[in-house]
Design a protein around this ligand. Structure first.
Ligand SMILES: *Cc1c(COP(=O)(O)O)cnc(C)c1O
Length: 405
């Protein structure tokens, strides 16, 4: 059988249809290469990428420094296991700790795994530090934390959980931003509260500062740990290097992934020293976690985020995009809400978001959804202001055309 590297889009789709699991509803597009904020399909047709591999490719595509670092590290050493020390992982731990409120870093391979580990750390912390049995977890409606049994157990969306039970017990879901309900739910039997400071998959919903402050205070009161799932909103996406900085509330544990290694699979758990103290050798591990290849890539990503101040750039660019989107909301009655921060934006309309995604794709712009009603923009952090204004113009055009029919 011949390799598919030079096959047509139709052939590639046919092979996937015949052999892939069919668990994805893919767009009708076969992508081949990328450069900066653009990707190209098998016919070399160009698309402005406002998905970034789902908030992954913060530096865009084909970033020279990232590609060179991966190439050089691959030729040196790809993997050796965590039985040994390697420089890239040690350097990455140091950078993440030096630039955050955390004291320690652990590396794994995805956001799901980071959440899974964070929940284990919280359980272990409670086992070591709490006199009573505190096993319960408080999570929030419309959250998304991943699809493994543990991460799914704290994901507050029925459509992902249905048919996979029984999941882990003792998880309470509270309405996002509902302080009274949260204060009631976070009782002595709770070991952890897990929250996205900005819910990505669940509709681009921003936490209120008061709400996060209240969670912090209540966790401190009873000795529970506060986990911020920054897998999507962290690493510059909302305009600060770590999402917690935007809100001024420090969690005990931060989960990271998506943008971390520029598209290579990598997750991280950052935590305070008192959490790290509860973890003994052998309590948790990941064979691939922080291997030299992914860590070398992550060092480039994180160093560039910091050195080029990409979070600040995302913030400034995002403010201009927000102003344009809000102006469009005034103009088009179909826009119900415009929400976001930095370079994650959700536009809630009366139109099925999948139809809007299709219309954007027809105009050579890739977008995605956050639930059925919200059109979501996740451009690379290196996108130019001009490109973003062009995206807003296209939204204007799509909505105007629809209003005329
Ligand atoms: C994407 C996401 C995850 C899961 O990450 P994977 O790398 O897909 O396992 C977890 N939490 C949040 C907030 C996410 O956006």
């Amino acid at each position: 059988m011949s390799p598919l590297t030079t096959a047509s889009a139709e052939e590639i789709k046919d092979v996937d249809a015949a052999y892939g699991l069919q668990n994805y509803g893919r767009f009708d597009l076969v992508l081949e290469r990328g450069n900066g904020a653009y990707v190209f399909d098998t016919d070399d047709k160009c698309y402005l990428d406002c998905v970034s591999g789902l908030a992954v490719n913060a530096l865009g595509h084909n970033d020279h420094d990232l590609v060179e670092a991966i190439r050089a590290q691959a030729a040196k050493l790809i993997h050796v296991s965590n039985l040994y020390y390697t420089a890239p992982a040690a350097q990455l731990s140091r950078t993440l700790v030096a630039n955050s409120c955390a004291d320690r870093a652990f590396f794994c391979n995805s956001g799901t795994e980071a959440v899974e580990g964070a929940l284990k750390f919280a359980r272990k912390y409670a086992a070591v530090n709490r006199p009573s049995e505190a096993r319960g977890i408080v999570a929030f409606e419309n959250s998304f934390h991943g699809r493994s049994m543990g991460a799914l157990s704290v994901t507050g969306q029925e459509r992902y959980r249905r048919d996979f039970g029984p999941l882990i017990p003792d998880v309470d879901f509270v309405d996002f931003n509902n302080i009274d309900w949260a204060m009631h739910a976070i009782h002595d039997g709770i070991c952890a509260v897990i929250v996205e400071p900005l819910q990505g998959e669940g509709g681009v919903n921003i936490a209120n500062v008061d709400f996060l402050v209240a969670l912090r205070a209540r966790c401190d009161e009873i000795g529970a740990l506060l986990i911020f799932d920054e897998v999507q909103c962290g690493l510059g996406r909302i305009g600060t290097l770590f999402a917690y900085e935007h809100f001024g509330v420090e969690p005990d544990i931060i989960t990271l992934a998506k943008a971390l290694a520029g598209g290579l699979p990598m997750g991280a758990i950052l935590c305070k020293q008192r959490v790290a103290q509860a973890i003994s050798p052998g309590d948790h591990a990941a064979t691939f976690g922080g291997n030299p290849l992914v860590a070398a890539a992550a060092n480039v990503v994180v160093d560039k985020l910091i050195d080029l101040d990409l979070p600040q750039q995302a913030k400034e660019c995002g403010e201009k995009f927000e102003a344009r989107l809000k102006a469009l909301q005034q103009k088009h009655a179909t826009i119900k809400d415009v929400k976001g921060l930095g370079l994650i934006w959700g536009v809630e309309t009366e139109i099925d978001a999948s139809e809007l995604v299709a219309e954007f794709q027809a105009r050579q712009i890739l977008t995605c959804q956050a639930g059925p009603e919200v059109l979501r923009f996740l451009p690379p952090l290196i996108i130019t202001e001009d490109s973003l204004m062009g995206v807003a113009d296209v939204l204007d055009e799509i909505l105007t055309n629809r209003e005329q029919v």
